[in-house]
Design a protein around this ligand. Sequence first.
Ligand code: GTP
Ligand code: MG
Length: 684
Amino acid sequence: MAAVEPGKIRNVAVTGHRGTGKTSLVEAMLFQAGLVNRLGSIEQGSTVSDWDEDEQRRQMSISASLCHTDWQGRKINLIDTPGEPSFQGEAIAALRVVEGTLIVVSAVMGIEVQTGRVWERAEELGLSRVLFVNMLDRERADFYRVLEQLRNQFSTRAVAVHLPIGVEHEVSGIVDLLHMKAYTSPEGGKEAAPGEIPSDMADQVATYREQLLDSVVETDESLMERYLDGQELSDEEVAHALKDAVTRGEIFPVACGVATKNLGTTATLDLLVEGVPSPAKKDFDVHIDGAQSAAFVFKTVADPFAGRINIFRVIEGTVSSDSTLVNSRSHGKERVGQLLTLQGKEHESADEFGPGDLGAVAKLKDVLTGDLLLDKETGAEAPSIQFPEPVMSFAISPKAKGDEEKLGQALRRLSEEDPTLVVRRDQQTGEQLLSGLSQMHVEVAVDRLNRRFGVEVDLRPPRVPYLETIRKESKGHGRYKKQTGGRGQFGDCHIVLEPMEGRTGYEFVDKIVGGVIPQGFRPAVDKGIQEAMVHGELAGAPVQGVRVLLVDGSYHTVDSSEMAFKIAGSMAFKEAYGAADPVLLEPIMEVDVTVPDDAVGAVNGDLNSRRGRLHGMEPTGSGMTSIKAEVPMAEMLTYSQSLTSMTGGRGDYHMHFARYEEVPAHVAQKVMQEAQKEKEEVKV
Ligand SMILES: Nc1nc2c(ncn2[C@@H]2O[C@H](COP(=O)(O)OP(=O)(O)OP(=O)(O)O)[C@@H](O)[C@H]2O)c(=O)[nH]1
Ligand SMILES: [Mg+2]
């Protein structure tokens, strides 16, 4: 199969809120175009794009899937993305490689949280946007209410290009205002050729056709003049001007239909072909510095059997099977074997992909999402994708001893597939941490570890990386002496502890005068102290922010040894530490929560109960408020679930480490008791 010319390609990400019918609509488009011969359904788990077992079990999309269809002699690459916020990284990556997005909105629910997010992201990226109001057949569906909402909240340049015929379960077709034709319900079969508009809709059609014309002529001066002169504009002229305006992102056409009944599909496919710019018309803003061909990897699928599949967009030139490319990140050469055209999970061999096209390749050595592959090393840098930071962490460990290695490998694979899933080891607590965007995000990862990689795991809230420090100067004496026949042990030292500025760091100052402790043994005192500091006496947390002065001591010519001085050092430290008014420190997080205005009271109250300090509130528009606060990490371990329940899933938060602060006495008491209990359990 030869490469498709860029002018004949349309790259479209299908986006929107959870459960608005994106996957069903993609299915309908593939069916209408004849690429599948049966209309699959979510309920039967038979759609092309929700092919993964986890997706079918949960009846929701989890990963973006790439499909393609032929329409009017154009190849439309459709990336079906999940609406669930836990998997928003998928939509973010998809939006980066397309010229347009089809935003699906429920005719019952209207604009929802994720609708707003993709709208904003598309705006930032300057993408053409086609809106599809779906589920016209549902109870309380109201196309006109949703249209008004889109015009009020998003843009007055969102205009209806289709109108429903009938309401709710009686919806029987749609009017195409652009071509002035009607499509009637195919009852799940293929949409037939369009017919006449029902005569009882004449008034309505006239009103919205006028709204459409008004918007279109506003984008085209010569049309505007003639329109104001009262001249008749031809359908072709209007269609042409609309197409140009949509392509330039000046008009956002609002289509509608019923995805599960394959209604509205034809007119929407037409809109995508006409309104989304081809890659030939739009630059992909990446400098490849003189390479002849370049491909950008925006998605990676980890399959335990087929291996890794990288999905890419050709940025420049042609990428061919049996070629060699260089990875701009690792500088490693990659042998490209067989290229693949994807239709959900099905793949077909492809010989080459031309500029702007989307394709896939399996079994490259070291290629991950975000990598740029070039035909020669040019020093070009890959475009960046702004993925959200994970906010929820769990400590993860295998149920079966001996599975550590297997778990590590599986986690690596999963995080390659999903860059918003982060795996790391906490240096301080030693725990392996799995972080994601929500509880559900992490749970899906755990399901996959089990099913795909055969590793069962335990999840626990992570340990808080407490620290300990001292608040005043103190003295300590350590004397280690043993006389058991033969050679004995003798070490003896006096130290002074001083709190350090900034409560970080450690310093050992040798203040010995004369040779009361010989030079050779003094580092052993230091070592003994540092070892004692690894687990502080309060809660077993590392001690820091301490300066130690070694001021005095004594030794024995025969019995003294490094070992004895190490022990003496640690004894001196423990004595001095208790007298230095030690205190527990905890990490404080800077938290930024965005919630619907009506949830602000509840969310603030909850942050207060988590020992949070509010720093400010600001409306962010469209009915949302951003709240800034500082909250101890220990109180944020289970925040995700609480926020979801307080805001009905409409809340969102980010946090990052700010600094360490003293734990208030009553809280410290509990932490110390817990630590003590654990220490005893370990002994048992
Ligand atoms: N009545 C009706 N149901 C629909 C329509 N479109 C989709 N559905 C149903 O709505 C549910 C969600 O559909 P999906 O296609 O999975 O929606 P989605 O937007 O892909 O969902 P996520 O990928 O999870 O964000 C399924 O049960 C569909 O059968 C429609 O037009 N009318
Ligand atoms: Mg879906």
